[in-house]
Design a protein around this ligand. Structure first.
Ligand code: SAH
Length: 370
């Protein structure tokens, strides 16, 4: 049993069953034993011969991902009327790969390059060190633990697989309503139990009456509060935000709590602090929250549509031009992995929102009618 397992059990004995949100926060960001605070979760850039780490994210699949987000940022800067300074903020930058790739293509737009001030928001000291190594030659970078410390200048915010790491809650349908699912003890083992607090019916999606007993529904007040704070900040500074994550654009029922360790799914209750814990992001309430806060936001699109619209195929073509067949094959595989519907293309969604920004008749990467 690890020290974190012991601490969680002690807390449950003292305070009763623990909501999943609290369990997840402890497992991921406990100051001494949390998965992100202590771990080295990411595989290096994926290759057939090397995986490493616990999971591979889109920036680690191919440099094209960061490069195309660089294109998005440049177009948004233009839509902001090209301010002479703009903070480019990445939330939860992992190994720093996305920002590294993005900054490499920016010299193509010298005025944008001059305007950029890079800020990273990161909770993990270990990952902060890795980011600092990755970006050591890319100019000044400032780290923050929270968005409240960012400067009040026009701002572009990007985040890949950040929201899924923020805590969520689960509710289980019983005979008497929807009660919170929590982590308790069964003898000495951690086990799911039901807590006496209930979710109000007006917080449930349509059709909840028809669901059978035992159905689960997930909410994520921490994610809603976070994107609302981003929206408030953008209202103050002007700018735009881009969040990419796996999940759905309409609320639905079901259990998406997952633990990933060594590229395999694991039992979320049996590897406290040693696996990545996430749930799918429900973008519907997040979109409502940022609109409520006064930002403009189109309906989210899939990662596949977003990257293809920003020029994924053209970028792969130009990187592979006159290169050996092996390089071209690797690029085609990366395109498939990022954009094919049966890989990351459809499960991952892209949400953007902004304030005082006029992206013409469409947001970069989004369809005209959106
Ligand atoms: N964007 C990277 C990493 C995704 S993993 C990629 O795509 O590869 C999630 C990242 O968010 C990690 O860097 C983690 O340390 C950071 N993180 C998790 N919770 C956070 C929080 N509450 N505040 C700031 N950073 C956080």
């Amino acid at each position: 049993m690890t020290p974190l397992d012991r601490e969680i059990r002690q807390r449950i004995v003292m305070e009763g069953p623990m909501p999943l949100a609290e369990y997840m926060s402890l497992c991921l960001t406990h100051p001494q034993h949390g998965y992100y605070t202590t771990g080295h979760p990411f595989g290096g850039r994926a290759s057939p011969h090397r995986a490493g780490g616990d999971f591979v994210t889109a920036p680690e699949v191919s440099q094209m991902f960061g490069e195309l987000i660089g294109v998005w940022c440049m177009e948004m800067w233009q839509a902001l009327d090209k301010p002479t300074v703009v903070s480019l903020v990445e939330l939860g930058p992992g190994r720093g790969t996305l920002m590294q790739d993005l900054l490499r293509v920016i010299p193509a737009a010298p005025r944008f390059q001059e305007a950029i001030r890079v800020h990273l928001v990161e909770i993990s000291p270990t990952l902060g060190e890795q980011q600092s190594l990755a970006l050591s030659t890319s100019g000044p970078t400032v780290w923050h633990r929270d968005i409240d410390d960012l400067p009040d200048i026009p701002t572009l915010i990007i985040a890949n697989e950040f929201l899924d790491a923020l805590p969520f809650r689960q509710w289980c349908k019983t005979k008497n309503g929807w009660y919170e699912r929590a982590v308790g003890l069964d003898d000495k083992d951690l086990a799911y139990v039901i807590r006496p607090n209930r979710l109000a019916p007006d917080q449930l999606p349509k059709g909840h009456e028809m669901q059978p007993e035992g159905t689960l529904f997930e909410t994520a007040p921490a994610r809603e509060a976070f994107v609302s704070r981003v929206a408030d900040r953008l209202k103050k500074t002007t700018g735009a935000a881009l969040f990419i994550d796996y999940g759905h654009d309409r609320s639905g029922f079901g259990d998406t709590f997952q633990a990933v360790r060594g590229h395999q799914f694991a039992d979320p209750l049996s590897c406290a602090g040693r696996a990545d814990l996430t749930s799918h992001v429900d973008f519907e309430p997040l979109l409502a929250a940022v609109r409520e806060a006064g930002c403009t936001a189109p309906h989210p699109v899939t990662q596949g549509d977003f990257l293809l619209s920003l020029g994924l195929l053209e970028r792969a073509g130009s990187l592979g031009k006159d290169k050996p067949k092996s390089v071209q094959n690797a690029l085609s595989q990366a395109v498939e992995r990022l954009a094919a519907p049966d890989q990351m293309g459809e499960l991952f969604k892209v949400m953007v929102f902004g304030a005082a920004i006029t992206p013409g008749n469409r947001w970069p990467g989004f369809p005209t009618s959106n």
